[in-house]
Write a protein that binds this ligand. Structure first.
Ligand code: UTP
Length: 305
C-alpha cells in the first residue's frame, strides 16, 4: 500500500490566536528558525510523503510563497556564499511537490478535506493538522503509515490525555484492543463531558484514511450544522463497516493553536536544541534568581546572553 500524499488543511481563522492571526496565518508562526508548517512538511517527507495538498485561502499567500522559489534571494545568497541558509527548503523542494487548493470559507475541517478530493486518487492518504507538532525519534506520521500498511485500513493517531482534559478533544470509544498501542475503533465522540468520555484516548492531528472518507463527507454534508466535521465522516465510515484503527502515537505533542501552547513548544524545542539550548538554560536560570534582569532594570540584558 503506497501512501505518498498528505493533505494539510490550513484555511481556518485561527481565532484562538487572535489578534496575531488577523492577517498572518498561524501556520507561519515560528518554531525556532522556521515556520510551523515547514516542520510539518519535514515530518511528512521523513515519512515518505511526496505530494502535499495544502488547503488555503486568500489570506494565506505567505504559505504558498514559503514553498516557492525566490530567484532574487537565491542569487543574493549565492553571491554571499550563504546558500546554506535556505538549504532545508531546497531539500524539501527536491523531495516533494505541492498542490494548493482553496477553501474560500472556513466551513469546517471536513469541508477543507473534501476540497482535496480531486488531488487524491483511489489510494489511502495522510492528513496532517499543522497545529499539532510531534517531536519523536520515529516521525509521527511514519508510525501511522507503518500500521496502515500492516492493517490495510484507516488509522487515527491518538494519545492519552488527563481525564479533566477530555472535553477539549475527540475521544475514541474502543471496540477491541489489538496490541498495547493499537485499537479497533467503535466510535469517536467529539468533546465529550468528562463523565461521558468512553476513554482518555484523544485524537491528535495525524490520520491515514481510505479515500472512502470523501463519499462519507459528501453523504453527510447536507445534514451538517454550521461546519462539516471530519469526525462525523469517520463515524459514517464506521457505520458502513469500514475498518478504522487508532494507534497510540509515540512522542511529545505540542498544540500550537493557542499562545500558551505555542510558547510551550517554542521553549521546549529551544531547550532541546544544541544551538539554542545553552542560551535558554542560562536565561531561565537568570530568570529564577532574585538578581534577574526582569526585576533589575539596570542590569544589561546582554550580560546573560
Ligand atoms: P482548528 O479548529 O484547530 O483551527 O482546525 P482554526 O479553525 O484555524 O482555529 P481556531 O479553532 O479558530 O482557533 C484544525 C485545522 O484545520 C484547518 C485549520 O486551519 C487548522 O489547521 N481548518 C479548519 C480548515 O482548513 N478549514 C476549516 O474550515 C476549519
Amino acid at each position: 500500500m503506497e501512501i505518498i500524499k498528505a493533505v494539510i488543511p490550513a484555511a481556518g481563522f485561527g481565532t484562538r490566536f487572535l489578534p496575531y492571526t488577523k492577517s498572518i496565518p498561524k501556520e507561519m508562526l515560528p518554531l525556532l528558525d522556521r515556520p510551523a508548517i515547514q516542520s510539518i512538511v519535514e515530518e511528512g517527507i521523513a515519512s515518505g510523503i511526496k505530494n502535499f495538498i495544502m488547503v488555503t485561502n486568500k489570506d494565506k499567500e505567505s504559505i504558498i510563497n514559503h514553498f516557492d522559489s525566490n530567484p532574487l534571494l537565491e542569487t543574493f545568497l549565492r553571491e554571499k556564499n550563504q546558500q546554506n541558509l535556505t538549504e532545508d527548503l531546497e531539500k524539501i523542494n527536491r523531495a516533494a511537490d505541492f498542490t494548493f487548493v482553496r477553501q474560500s470559507e472556513p466551513l469546517g475541517l471536513g469541508h477543507a478535506i473534501l476540497k482535496a478530493q480531486h488531488s487524491i486518487g483511489k489510494e489511502h492518504f495522510a492528513i496532517m493538522l499543522p497545529d499539532d507538532i510531534l517531536i519523536s525519534k520515529i516521525p509521527g506520521l511514519s508510525q501511522l503509515i507503518r500500521v496502515a500498511r500492516q492493517e490495510k485500513a484507516s488509522i487515527i493517531a491518538v494519545q492519552e490525555v488527563p481525564q479533566e482534559c477530555v472535553s477539549s478533544y475527540g475521544i475514541i470509544k474502543i471496540k477491541k484492543q489489538i496490541t498495547p498501542n493499537l485499537f479497533k475503533v467503535a466510535e469517536i465522540i467529539e468533546k465529550p463531558k468528562q463523565k461521558d468520555a468512553p476513554s482518555n484516548l484523544a485524537v491528535v492531528g495525524r490520520y491515514v484514511l481510505s479515500n472512502k472518507i470523501f463519499s462519507s463527507l459528501e453523504e453527510i454534508a447536507p445534514y451538517a450544522i454550521n461546519e462539516l466535521q471530519l469526525t462525523d465522516a469517520i463515524t459514517h465510515m464506521l457505520k458502513n463497516n469500514e475498518k478504522v484503527f487508532a494507534f497510540k502515537i509515540q512522542g511529545l505533542r505540542y498544540d500550537i493553536g493557542t499562545p500558551v501552547g505555542w510558547l510551550k513548544a517554542t521553549l521546549g524545542m529551544a531547550l532541546q536544541s544544541p544551538e539554542y539550548g545553552p542560551y535558554m538554560r542560562r536565561f531561565l536560570a537568570d530568570l529564577d534568581s532574585p538578581e534577574s534582569f526582569v526585576y533589575n532594570k539596570a542590569k544589561n540584558i546582554h550580560h546573560i546572553i
